[in-house]
Design a protein around this ligand. Structure first.
Ligand SMILES: NC(=O)c1ccc[n+]([C@@H]2O[C@H](COP(=O)([O-])OP(=O)(O)OC[C@H]3O[C@@H](n4cnc5c(N)ncnc54)[C@H](O)[C@@H]3O)[C@@H](O)[C@H]2O)c1
Length: 332
């Protein structure tokens, strides 16, 4: 199988290396808006590179992986559809709701499979939590806590092309909350703050945020996140139910220390990046994509799933701006 990948920045170079290691993949060819970067990454990883996306798609690829900046996703998904090549695209689908909805309509009107990259769906901990909810092991779930704390911010130029904190970062939490609980969000109340470098505020973004979500069965979900978590990359979820509680991401590598005397746990090296926190999940996710390409698997995370998570992010942005509770039926 020959896979073409566009965008070899932080996650694209990592995905290219992961793809190269998959048994189903024979060749990987990369491209980037900066052709010099594509050449460097290709040489480092022992891959082919193409001058641009049309050349990459014309080179006989069986699958197309989009890991370019978010602002480029919609156009690149369209290019994948036009070429008739099964496509994987990193989250989110686009920078705004209108463009996301337009892409959903295009994809749903096409026979070309499009898989959106929410890798937490492939993480063993989140899968076990989903199972615990589905089997009733937790009883009725009354509270959930979900957090995405990056150890350090991305480079400055990433921010204006990201869509902002809720659409770029906590959108992962919004997707996995739906996946784990099997419920839909009905309302949000969200706030954000700038506590770190000034450029976040200059782009109209925030670097730290929180939201209270209410689900359609009256479960309350507290979501929090930051770009500045000195202890490490800390992504967790806790679910509390009438019969039990479960925690995702609580292991010896959790970026947290206990305030209790004599407690050594967690005693391992904390995760510092999304790459080390989710390495097995990314492998499972891209393996699933190769199965989509081979026609042996349905798309495991659709553009419609991505739209649902994006609508929650939109509601949070509106809530933050207007400082009020926003219901999801206000979001078109
Ligand atoms: N699933 C995850 O855990 C995860 C983690 C990080 C980033 N992401 C997503 O991956 C995407 C890339 O993020 P990143 O951190 O690697 O960003 P980055 O800024 O490090 O890299 C982006 C790359 O895309 C290239 N690019 C931009 N526009 C392009 C275009 N039109 N055509 C071709 N190449 C283009 C840039 O030159 C750059 O090399 C974003 O959409 C982000 O939301 C997902």
């Amino acid at each position: 199988m020959r896979i073409g990948l566009v965008g070899v920045g932080r996650i694209g170079a990592f995905h290219a290396a992961t793809l190269k290691g998959l048994p189903a993949v024979d060749q990987v060819v990369v491209a980037d808006a900066d052709p010099g970067r594509a050449e460097v990454v290709a040489k480092e990883l022992g891959l082919e590179y193409a001058a641009d996306v049309p050349a990459l798609l014309d080179s006989g690829v069986d699958g197309f992986v989009i890991a370019a900046a978010t602002s480029a996703h919609a156009g690149l998904i369209e290019a994948g559809l036009a070429a008739g090549v099964p496509t994987f695209c990193e989250k989110p689908v686009a920078l705004d709701l209108e463009e996301t909805s337009r892409v959903v309509a295009l994809v749903e009107g096409s026979t070309v499979p499009v898989h959106i990259g929410f890798q937490r769906r492939f993480d063993a901990g989140y899968q076990a939590a989903r199972e615990a909810v589905a089997t009733g092991e937790l009883g009725f779930v009354h509270h959930v806590r979900a957090n995405t704390n990056d150890a350090f911010p991305p480079h400055q130029s990433y921010i204006p092309q990201s869509g902002g904190f809720f659409r770029d970062c906590t959108v992962h939490d919004f997707d996995i909350i739906r996946y784990v609980t099997g419920r839909e969000v009905v309302s949000v109340y969200a706030a954000g703050a700038n506590r770190g470098e000034a450029f976040f505020g200059e782009y109209g973004d925030v670097d730290s945020a929180a939201a209270l979500l209410t689900l359609d069965d009256s479960t309350f979900v507290a979501v929090s996140g930051t770009r500045y978590n000195g202890a490490g990359h800390d992504v967790r979820m806790e679910l509390h139910g009438s019969l039990g509680s479960i925690a995702v991401g609580l292991d010896s590598h959790t970026a947290l220390r206990s305030a209790e005397p004599g407690v050594a746990f967690p005693d391992g090296q904390p995760h510092m990046t999304f790459m080390d926190r989710f390495q097995p999940a990314y492998v499972a996710e891209l393996t699933a994509f190769t199965e989509v390409v081979a026609g042996t698997r349905e798309v495991p995370c659709t553009v419609r799933d991505a739209l649902a998570a994006f609508r929650i992010a939109e509601a949070c942005e509106l809530s933050r701006h207007e400082n009020r509770l926003v219901t999801l039926d206000e979001i078109a």
